[in-house]
Design a binder for this molecule. Structure first.
Ligand SMILES: Cc1cc2nc3c(=O)[nH]c(=O)nc-3n(C[C@H](O)[C@H](O)[C@H](O)COP(=O)(O)OP(=O)(O)OC[C@H]3O[C@@H](n4cnc5c(N)ncnc54)[C@H](O)[C@@H]3O)c2cc1C
Length: 487
């Protein structure tokens, strides 16, 4: 086999390859794409070396927490593109969508029983770690989890990072090495693999393949699934094609102005890529390769600055470097943290200094306390907060700066910080299209002090945790048009 970045592979069990297995199975879960995908590349390598066909299983459960018409529509659209793209090719593609909870139970094991070996996506958050652990014991053949989450392999650093500046320093030193082995743009070969002929007997009968109608994600079809129907689909279309289109448009039209001060909230310069990155429809490898192609070529080496600063390292224009700092440093800081700390999704992951400080101020008087229902319905006493919540409900996102203010405000409306944390997790993951991601928990925990430092002076309620308020937002932005739009 060609060299493959070993840091990206975790062998999850100790089973023997079945040389009489009918195919190599790739279980696509967290990185749902056919391009720049190390797991798919690894599966193709195995299929080639064993002389077996390749079968891709892409399944969608309906019982995951916060599953809604919004998240399902986006995922189904991505699956539909895969169905179309792989139709008539040598690669087998089996899309399965649960119509009732538990319907997919046994499917992976059934397909693995007939496979030579199984490759799966690695991912450190949400349902994936537990799903992989369970699958490892069920599969009668080797199960490799392959990490295609970002530029830095999850397993590569031998330490944890608690601040962006430390992770940035690590990247400035080590990224060049990790980028030596980049994923192929198109890991699926045009030919060369034996054609996949048929699924094991009984598969379709027990687990009917998702129809083109269901994958088209029409509202009527979504209504028949047991999902949260109040969280409705958005105009944004899911899938790799749309991800690429959106990324390239952003790169050409807006990137040069990314991060420049802009008082107009409704004209925010942002990529809108977080849902595509979250569902794995887009890879940060594609982003960085496109950027360097546009800049004249991938560098043989990066400038040797090693100071932890945002600029002067990538050798690219400032606005591009600001963008890379978000999509690489900040995004992958969240993945690294999740990979290392099992409690990354709980309040316990907030640093001790911050939890102590918030606990000290737990009894401070709050001007109002709201129930989760009041927050969900955007019916608090704050016009601005309600507007942000309405943007989240209707657009599945909140303006980048305002999202921080939106999150921080909950500390003032719950007596206990743990309750505020849980409420924020629920609101974010229920409505945000990019929710349930490692960076959902980075962003939420940041509001409580993670990846930050103690700030002075010590304040009521917030203690030494960084404080943000509406007056500050009012100085930074023209709020009126935003309020008009969302109130
Ligand atoms: C309370 C709160 C909750 C958040 N929840 C989520 C979430 O559920 N999912 C999510 O992906 N991000 C979350 N973030 C981080 C950030 O708000 C979003 O990533 C960003 O607003 C997405 O919009 P965009 O794609 O247009 O970003 P852009 O500004 O265009 O940035 C490009 C990419 O960089 C990454 N990025 C940008 N800002 C951050 C950040 N602060 N931390 C980590 N990565 C970042 C994202 O992958 C983003 O798509 C949250 C932040 C806060 C304060």
């Amino acid at each position: 086999m060609k060299p493959f970045p070993e840091h990206r592979i975790r062998l999850l069990n100790r089973k023997e390859i079945r040389t009489d297995g009918g195919y190599v199975l790739y279980w696509m879960t967290a990185n749902r794409r056919l391009h720049y995908n190390f797991a798919l590349q690894r599966a193709v390598q195995w299929a080639r070396s064993l002389g077996k066909p390749l079968l891709i299983l892409e399944a969608l459960r309906c019982d995951t927490r916060w599953a809604s018409d919004r998240s399902h529509a986006f995922l189904l659209q991505g699956m539909n593109q895969h169905r179309r793209e792989l139709e008539g090719s040598a690669v087998g593609y089996f899309p399965f969508v649960e119509k009732k909870p538990g319907e997919g139970k046994g499917l992976l094991q059934h397909l693995a029983n007939h496979a030579a070996t199984v490759i799966a996506d690695d991912s450190p958050a949400f349902i994936f770690p537990a799903m992989l652990k369970r699958a490892a014991s069920l599969c009668p053949v080797p199960l490799e989890a392959v990490d295609s989450c970002g530029l830095v392999p999850l397993q590569a650093p031998n330490k944890a990072f608690h601040r962006a500046v430390d992770f940035r320093r690590y990247c400035q030193k080590e990224l060049e090495g990790h980028l030596q082995l980049r994923p192929l743009r198109r890991p699926l070969p045009g030919s060369g693999l034996p054609p996949f002929k048929r699924l094991p007997a009984g598969t379709r009968k027990r687990w009917p393949q998702a129809t083109a109608g269901l994958l088209s994600a029409k509202t009527t079809n979504l209504q028949s699934l047991p999902l949260d129907h109040e969280v409705t689909p958005l105009p944004a279309i899911g899938g790799e094609k749309e991800a690429r289109k959106r990324w390239r448009r952003f790169m050409k039209q807006d990137l040069d102005h990314y991060g420049e001060p802009n008082k107009h909230l409704l004209e925010e310069v942002h990529s809108g890529l977080s849902p595509y990155l979250h569902f794995g429809h887009l890879s940060s490898h594609e982003i960085i390769q496109d950027l360097y192609r546009r800049a004249g070529g991938f560098p043989d080496s990066f400038p040797t600055a090693n100071r932890g600063s945002v600029h002067g390292w990538w050798g690219l224009p400032e606005a591009w470097e600001r963008f890379l700092d978000q999509v690489i440093t900040w995004r992958e800081l969240g993945f690294q943290f999740h990979h290392r700390f099992e409690n990354a999704e709980s309040y316990e992951s907030v640093p001790v200094w911050a939890r102590r400080s918030l606990a000290k101020h737990q009894k401070d008087r709050r001007s109002a306390l709201y129930s989760l229902e009041t927050l969900e319905a955007a019916e608090t006493g704050s016009k601005l907060w309600n507007a942000m919540q309405r943007q989240l409900i209707t657009e599945g996102r909140i303006h980048g700066y305002l999202r921080m203010l939106w999150g921080k405000q909950l500390l003032a409306w719950f007596q206990e910080p743990e309750q505020a944390f849980e409420a924020l997790v629920h609101l974010n993951n229920r409505f945000a299209l990019d929710g349930r991601d490692p960076n959902s928990y980075s962003g939420i925990s940041w509001c409580f002090g993670r990846f930050d430092r103690p700030w002075g002076p010590e304040r009521p309620i917030y203690g030494n945790v960084r404080y943000m308020n509406e007056a500050g937002a009012g100085r930074k932005f023209h709020l009126a048009p935003y309020l008009d739009r969302f109130v």
